[in-house]
Design a protein around this ligand. Structure first.
Ligand code: ADP
Ligand code: ZN
Length: 745
């Protein structure tokens, strides 16, 4: 393909070639450009990052292995410059093409995730600093004063500092430093600020492992350097999974290779970072959405130049340009956060396995509640399952009890103010607090109440852009849509009937639970933990530290507390609504509820104090809750795998969702009907829909869904692209494809 407009191209002489360049844009493929050998040297190898013109713009793309256009070179535009960075490694280029084909996105859209830090492609800006001039401390023509002496004393170490920093450190005014520069006692230098990344050359040894841990660590270390293979570390919370994969990381470091660790929500992993530092003596590099542009830029370059040895990151770290990857770890592999739902839709855990295969390196998945997909892969011997059956140090698993809310309903707090904590849970919290231990009340719902209605006229507050109720966030004094982000102040009067004081919050969110906890346990030091209160890793770390140091007695939180945190004094977990999440037609509802509740339960009693978990439910006979109460994980897995097999559901079948959206219901219906008319027909395929999506209106767009089921071996992407290419999508309508969907909204 060639970009339009070619009138300003270099006149191609004898010493020029045509090179395909993939741009980080959702275009059809690579574009051809002329490479002038005279100006740029010999034609570049694939992966080289180059600056090229496109329309009025100039952007950085990557030289790609692709067909060059049959267009005469005279009509092509020219590569402007080469970016002085190592070329994108071959395995990463193959990953880009592989992911693009799999998720049915243009390769340029995937390349955009690779080149996600545009600043990294520019030369690093140099900082201006000063240091002691060559030739000693003589201040020449200047009279020695106390202030000048202090500056020279500080500068005596020969290090460069900015003039401002130097003046501050010496406790003098900047003019003193300026005078010394003028007199030639200090000289100006430019340096790049990038901090050096630790080389991990002297690895401290880890803790003495238990026999089980030792066996697993051994198996993992043996796999490092032995090519591609996937291992699952399957072990209860606290069994030492992290400790064990640290050994594999140490092995990869000993071999001089780079390591990538993917975590679901890196923002909340301050504890993970501390543990890593405690084990290895140095911090790993990090990659997540909270990084500022400067840090992203530097980390990206350091990865590309092979200076980063270990990087821990959220799912987007999968696309970093490691030149010498030796190991990939995906911790909490079952976590839904590995599925990116916006933009280019992909499953980072699955794509990590693909990258491992392309790089020919081992992939380690870890979880206390592995996904059904991964467990089935273990049964089919595609993955190896390594088991850690016991908690480290003999800590026992918590006792799980069900509280039947129909028998033990929560008493109201006051007339018209319902309560949400049943008598058994109240008593358990009281007893825990009396024993000087910590309790967690868990409810996976942000805000104060999920629905607000008017007692007088029945008006319900709905999002004007989405098929969703507005959630009251009392602390912020707002109603909020959790789908499009719309927020409005909480009104005093009902917009339906104008009545005042008639609005009632319905149902609980964590904020409401916190209010109940305040009323019931006024003396307990309480803390509310949700994504609304944990803004950024630093805030999160500070709050979690308070929990660990026992400055807090009672935690009230959403799923942000469920993951990975280790609280030695937490002995009681109360799940306020264990049924939440079991409703709805999501094929993973049971699996996810089981995982989440097991993870939460795993927070209790991690050291020598035994833990206790109370699950409040209205359906105590539900198989998920029974399995939790009986600690029968294997039974649950068996039943769930069987249900998937019988229902012809993943991983026994492949699924794809087609989502049609448009600005009007008519346009969405029209497009859906057109697609329906040419839907693929084959005995092996099931095409469901079109049906209004559960979120029939989202951000003002009307949505219809198809669901396609196919056997595992079916060439699903080809079927879908043949199908979708038959229908023209006009105006603002859109058709998007979600391969292996996790969200059915
Ligand atoms: P998991 O990742 O399975 O939840 P961790 O690796 O976090 O388990 O281990 C739980 C706790 O036990 C951590 O505090 C960890 O440092 C400690 N631990 C695990 N194994 C050992 C060991 N062999 N020696 C000392 N401490 C250990
Ligand atoms: Zn909305």
């Amino acid at each position: 393909m060639s970009p339009p407009a070619a009138n300003d191209s270099d006149a191609p002489g004898a010493a020029s070639a045509v090179v395909p360049v993939l741009l980080p844009l959702p275009l059809g493929g690579a574009y051809s450009y002329v490479w002038s050998e005279e100006r740029l040297g010999t034609a570049p190898e694939p992966g080289r990052l180059v600056r090229v013109p496109l329309g009025q713009r100039s952007l950085v793309g990557a030289v790609w292995e692709a067909e060059v256009d049959p267009v005469p070179p005279g009509r092509l535009r020219a590569v402007e410059a080469v970016v002085p960075l190592p070329p994108l490694p071959p395995a990463l280029r193959r990953l880009v093409d592989w992911v693009a084909a799999y998720v049915m996105a243009p390769p340029g859209a995937v390349l955009r995730m690779v080149l996600a830090s545009p600043g990294a492609l520019e030369p690093e800006p140099l900082r201006q600093g000063v240091r002691l001039a060559e030739g000693g401390t003589g201040s020449g023509a200047l009279r020695p004063t106390a202030a000048r002496g202090r500056v020279l004393t500080v500068a005596a170490d020969g290090l460069a500092r900015t003039p401002v920093d130097l003046a501050r450190e010496a406790g003098v005014s900047p003019s003193v430093v300026a005078g010394l520069i003028e007199a030639g006692a200090l000289e100006r230098v430019a340096w790049s600020e990038g901090r050096d990344h630790p080389a991990f050359t002297n690895l401290p040894s880890g803790p003495t492992l238990s026999r089980d841990q030792e066996a697993v660590a051994h198996a993992l270390c043996d796999s490092v350097g032995a090519g591609f293979g996937v291992s699952l570390i399957d072990g209860v919370t606290g069994s030492g999974k992290t400790e064990v994969y640290f050994e594999a990381i140490a092995e990869a470091l000993r071999r001089g290779r780079q390591c990538l660790v993917l975590l679901p929500e890196i923002a909340l992993s301050a504890q993970w970072l501390e543990r890593f530092e405690a084990r290895f003596g140095e911090a790993p590099a990090q990659w997540h959405s909270d990084l500022g542009p400067k840090q992203r830029r530097r980390t990206w370059r350091a990865v590309a130049e092979g200076r980063v040895r270990v990087l821990v990151g959220a799912r987007s770290a999968l696309f970093l340009p490691f030149p010498d990857l030796g190991l990939i770890v995906v911790d909490e592999e079952h976590d839904g956060a590995f599925k990116q739902e916006e933009g280019t839709v992909y499953q980072a855990r699955d794509m990590a396995v693909v990258r491992g295969q392309l790089e020919a390196v081992p992939v380690v998945l870890a979880s206390a509640t592995p996904s059904i997909e991964t467990l089935v892969n273990c049964r089919l011997h595609r993955y190896r399952r390594l088991h850690l059956p016991e908690r480290h140090g003999g800590a026992t698993l918590p006792r799980v009890e069900l509280v039947d809310l129909r028998r033990d309903p929560p008493p109201p707090l006051a007339p018209r103010e319902p309560g949400w904590l049943s008598p058994p849970l109240r008593e358990a919290v009281r007893a825990t607090l009396d024993a000087g231990e910590q309790a967690l009340l868990f409810l996976n719902r942000r805000g104060f109440a999920p629905l607000t209605l008017c007692r007088t006229c029945g008006h319900r507050f709905q999002c004007p852009n989405c098929t969703a109720w507005l959630v009251e966030h009392r602390l912020a004094g707002r109603l909020q849509c959790h789908h499009c982000g719309l927020a409005m102040p909480l009104p005093k009067t009902c917009p339906g009937c104008g009545d005042t004081d008639s609005l009632v919050p319905c149902g609980p969110g964590v904020e409401r639970l916190a209010a109940e906890a305040a009323a019931l346990f006024p003396d307990a030091r309480r803390i509310l933990l949700s994504s609304d209160s944990l803004r950024g890793p630093l805030a999160a770390a500070a709050l979690l530290e308070q929990v660990r140091t026992r400055e807090v007695d009672l935690l009230i939180g959403t799923q942000v507390v469920a993951k990975g945190h280790h609280f030695p004094w937490l002995t009681l977990v109360g799940v306020v609504d264990a049924d939440l999440g079991l409703e709805g037609g999501d094929l993973r509802a049971a699996e996810r509820t089981f995982q989440l509740l097991s993870q939460v339960a795993g927070r209790a009693g991690r050291e020598d104090r035994p833990g206790r978990v109370l699950l409040q439910t209205r359906s105590p006979d539900h198989p998920v809750l029974l399995a939790l109460a009986e600690g029968d994980r294997e039974g649950f897995i068996e039943a769930e795998i069987d249900a998937r097999r019988r229902g012809f559901l993943p991983p026994f079948a492949r699924l794809a969702a087609i989502i049609v959206s448009a600005e009007s219901a008519e346009a969405a219906d029209g497009l859906a009907a057109a697609l329906s008319r040419c839907a693929p027909r084959a005995r092996e395929l099931v095409v469901l829909g079109p049906a209004p999506a559960p979120l029939a209106i989202l951000r003002g767009r009307h949505r219809r869904r198809f669901l396609v089921k196919a056997p595992r071996s079916w060439p699903l992407q080809r079927t879908l692209s043949d199908w979708l290419s038959q229908v023209a999508v006009r105006g603002s309508a859109r058709v998007s494809v979600d391969i292996d969907p996790y969200s059915f909204l």
